[in-house]
Design a protein around this ligand. Sequence first.
Ligand SMILES: Nc1ncnc2c1ncn2[C@@H]1O[C@H](COP(=O)(O)OP(=O)(O)OP(=O)(O)O)[C@@H](O)[C@H]1O
Length: 688
Amino acid sequence: MTDRINQNMDLGKLEGVMEAGFESFSNRNEDQCLLGTRTEILRDIIEWAMSPSQKSIFWLNGMAGTGKSTISRTVAGLLKDRNHLGANFFFKRGEGDRGNAKKFFPTLVKQLMLRISELRSGVQKALDHDPDIISKSPREQFEKLLLQPLLDLNQLGQQPQIVVIVIDALDECEHEQDIRNIIRLLPRLQMVKAVRLRIFLTSRPELPISLEFSEIGNREYQDLVLHEIPEEVTADDIYLFLQNRFAKIQHDRNISPDWPSDDVVQEIVTMSVPLFISAATVCRYIEHSKLEPTERLAELLKDSRRYAKKMDKTYRPILTRLLDDEESDESEQQLLLHQFQKIVGAIILLAVPLSTNALSLFLGIEVNQISNLLDSFRSVLSVPSDRDLPIRILHLSFRDFLVQTESDFLIDEPNKHKEIALLCIEKMRRLLRKDICNLEGFATRRADIDPQSLRRDHHSVLSEFLYDAKRFTLKNSQIADDAPLQLYCSGLIFAPKKAIESWNSEMQTLEGHSDWVRSVAFSSDGALLASASSDETVRLWDPATGELKQTLEGHSDSIWSVAFSPDGALLASASSDKTVRLWDPATGALMQTLGVNELVTDLKFGHDASYLITNLGSLDVQSESENYATSSNNVNPGIFIKQQWIKLNGKNVLWLPPGSRSNCFAINGNLLALGHASGLISFIGFQV
Ligand SMILES: Nc1ncnc2c1ncn2[C@@H]1O[C@H](COP(=O)(O)OP(=O)(O)OP(=O)(O)O)[C@@H](O)[C@H]1O
């Protein structure tokens, strides 16, 4: 009797952190998993705990707010009901000894003694031997208070019972070294044979924890990454959670049972996945007691960023810990903050996520500096160890939070976008090159470029995207010209769902004629398409862009046939008005009108463009020479215009764009004068 009193008094020295237990007063309002959620995960964890052949540690790893602690509480409760809960410690930063390792092992020992009474004498021995053990390092506490007394039990030769220790939120333990020590020490509990000890541990994927686990090797533990389980599974759970919370709001606030609609609930699910905390924050925002829930919800749906401020509790501590280093002084902190603004600011605002390596090139910051800074953000950013893979934000609320927080971590969105745009321009200036295919001369035509040399520069995702963009633009260019916002309705509605694969072979529809199109013809170089219509016009189009280049007006009846001359300098059209007209396709000028007695329905040029072959027989054309131009006496034979190309000594050197083409030209020495229909004359000088 005296012995036992004595023992109890000594064991009383074993001070634990009462509040760290999942059933403690301060945890009384914390949820467990709603029935029907996390069912598979919970089943797997309980099966792991009960099976003799499993690894001794289960690490549930998940980003901020994915629902780890809720699972821990549920696991602890389930194990307690089955009488297998040995001890539990829920770390919580900033709440006294719940936020450090000082009393971690004594707390576990204290609880384990209640579960395994045979442990008491060993613990008592340790306390007798070293009454100050409670103030010693975690390693010593572990060895003397926990491991040795448990090993002593081996001699009892009992049938081993299953005892599970639940440790939640190890990342919230204050000192990195303590965290690492705890992970390093736990596998040694496997030496204990009298009890089958299992450790269920949760944490965010923070660097010291990930590193330490990779160091102890996966023979010792199994893990589950909560933010990587299939999205639809989490979505189903969040859906159940929302339904449950909304039913409660309906009931408590006397709201009609059909509020909110299923579509709305689905919308919030999509907004939240994979963060349970996001769905929980939405509910807290809506159920705020002084405001009308239906209005709050409607407001939120209009502007989903509204609730991001409420994520302060989740995100602010991650940010402040960046600067929370006793060793760094004011100027170092300023530097860190500056780096944060540059690096994280770019990550959250870039339209397409970049890898660490690409980000380094883009921002002009050393790769290692970027990696170092990002190590502090592994709970909110997915930073792949392969530096060529993109860095992603786990949840958009992190971006929304940063662009509106009132702390020093505010990312000034408009200015940051400007900065990013300037960086893009600067990179383009520096990196883009003229003539990436090393073509031989300025007049090289596309048809003459070796496709192999294009493929060498080919980036498949980019080129697929460009192809897609080109098809979309071609298909919609006319409506974009007329009613631009139709791009977002008609353009999107009638675009194929999987654009890249499923554009059909119809490139584009050219709209403009108001009556039948009777005849179409390509110019021999393919640069123009002529269409003849019953609306009495011929239209000339650029087939590459769909742009209407010319409308040839003059005929007074249906036009039946069009044809280009072999060198493209002339266009002939035949109409019911009993004329055949010849046009200059470049300027649209009517060159000649030939009267015919009967209807010509079909025509084409003879080989030298001096006559037309029609359904009525051949027809002479008093065509002017190909370079339909006057030339002065002082002609430099080296300069010549042919088909909008200015040729120098027989080689194409300069192409005349449509706006610069002329009806006539003159050459004087090295000077070329072009006369335009507008009345202007332009000059081009050549060094021959
Ligand atoms: N299965 C669930 N059933 C009901 N509610 C849940 C569930 N999981 C999470 N929640 C809700 O989401 C909130 C956030 O979850 P929890 O605190 O477990 O996330 P966590 O991953 O531990 O976050 P942190 O990394 O910040 O510690 C909880 O407060 C709870 O309201």
